[in-house]
Write a protein that binds this ligand. Structure first.
Ligand code: SF4
Length: 345
């Protein structure tokens, strides 16, 4: 496990004990009502840290409005304008995402560091392969992991000059290999918490696959304190995807569904059954494994690790439990009977 310097974002402590799920509003920043509504939806879906773009003075009004409606911390996403950072801090935001190297003179960097320090507001430095400084691009030839990490450390050094260390770092790339290599390097070079994400990951399917590979690999290595799955879609889907990634690698409680791919032996509607069971249990916080298998021959054996499961027969199925007990049920009763058994666990 990496030695991380804990950073507090509202009530969330980024120290690796719990991996926090983030998302970002995509309602227009001038639509306060729509933004608040979306923030509430995200919190309800399981979002733990929420980010909003603050592109201008008008958008600073989002901060008190969102803070009043949700209880999770709010991050202001600011580009270039240090005055907006100062205003966001004064408006009660819990974290600011800004790159100090992009805001101009040292006086400005100091002003932001002082404003954040006095209110215990951390700063996230977010480096993207698409917005690497020209000098680093010239030095390395392309946005290599070394170039991206050097950029992030350069931004951090500006804050460190003013004794500001409440820093979180993200080094995102849309290329999964580069993203993984960059975060690994950053994890070696600093002890700041890392915010993981594959940027511009794409639409739901490919975005989820890229994020699962990128974020999942790093988390399995013990790297990463907070994650954002970025999808070209409704941000609520980002939360669902993030939860599933965390569940897969045992970082979140929840039901694990084991289901077979079906084959020529299958005699029941196993695909439909597995989807219904998964949907019914997606929000359950029970740490159990439920197997939905196509046949009696391999089913129970393949699902030996499950707490409860079904194995299909011809127009029927067998419900089996970890204690070794089994009973036969009709095909039309599979979902109801299986969920009833899950309820008892
Ligand atoms: S569990 Fe049975 S039906 Fe499913 S893939 Fe294996 S052999 Fe085929």
């Amino acid at each position: 496990m990496r030695n991380v310097r804990p950073v507090k974002v509202g009530d969330c402590v980024l120290d690796g004990e719990h991996i926090y799920i983030q998302s970002m509003l995509n309602a227009r920043s001038d639509d306060i009502e729509g933004s608040v509504k979306q923030a509430v939806e995200l919190e309800k879906a399981g979002c733990e840290i929420i980010r909003a773009a603050i592109p201008n003075k008008e958008a600073v009004k989002l901060i008190p409005a969102i803070k009043e409606a949700v209880s999770i911390p709010l991050v202001a996403d600011i580009h270039f304008d240090y005055k907006l950072a100062l205003e966001a801090a004064a408006a009660g935001v819990d974290k600011i995402r800004i790159n100090p190297g992009n805001i101009g003179s040292m006086d400005r960097v100091k002003a932001v560091a002082d404003a954040c320090r006095s209110r215990n507001i951390p700063i996230r430095i977010g480096v993207n392969s698409g917005s690497l400084e020209k000098e680093l691009l010239a030095k390395y030839g392309s946005p290599t992991p070394e170039a991206l990490v050097e950029s992030a450390m350069g931004h951090a050094a500006l804050l460190e000059r003013f004794d500001f260390n409440d820093i979180v770092i993200s080094i995102k790339s849309s290329d999964v290999n580069r993203m993984i290599a960059s975060y690994r390097l950053a994890a070696e070079k600093c002890s700041y918490p890392l915010h993981l994400g594959v940027t511009e990951a794409g639409t739901e399917r490919m975005g989820l696959i890229k994020s699962a590979v990128g974020i999942g690999s790093l988390l399995c290595d013990g790297i990463g304190e907070t994650i954002r799955v970025s999808l070209t879609d409704d941000p609520v889907k980002e939360i669902e995807a993030a939860k599933d990634i965390l569940k897969c690698i045992g970082k979140r409680q929840g039901v694990k569904i084991v289901s077979c791919p079906t084959c020529g032996r299958t005699r029941i509607d196993l695909i439909g059954t597995a989807k219904k069971v998964e949907e019914a249990l997606k929000d359950s916080e029970k740490s159990i494994t439920v197997a939905v298998m196509g046949c009696i021959v391999n089913g129970p054996g393949e699902a030996r690790e499950a707490d409860v499961g079904i194995a299909g027969g011809d127009g029927c199925a067998v419900i089996f439990k970890k204690d070794g007990t089994q009973r036969k049920i009709k095909e039309e009763d599979i979902v109801r009977e299986l969920l009833a058994e899950v309820d008892k666990l």
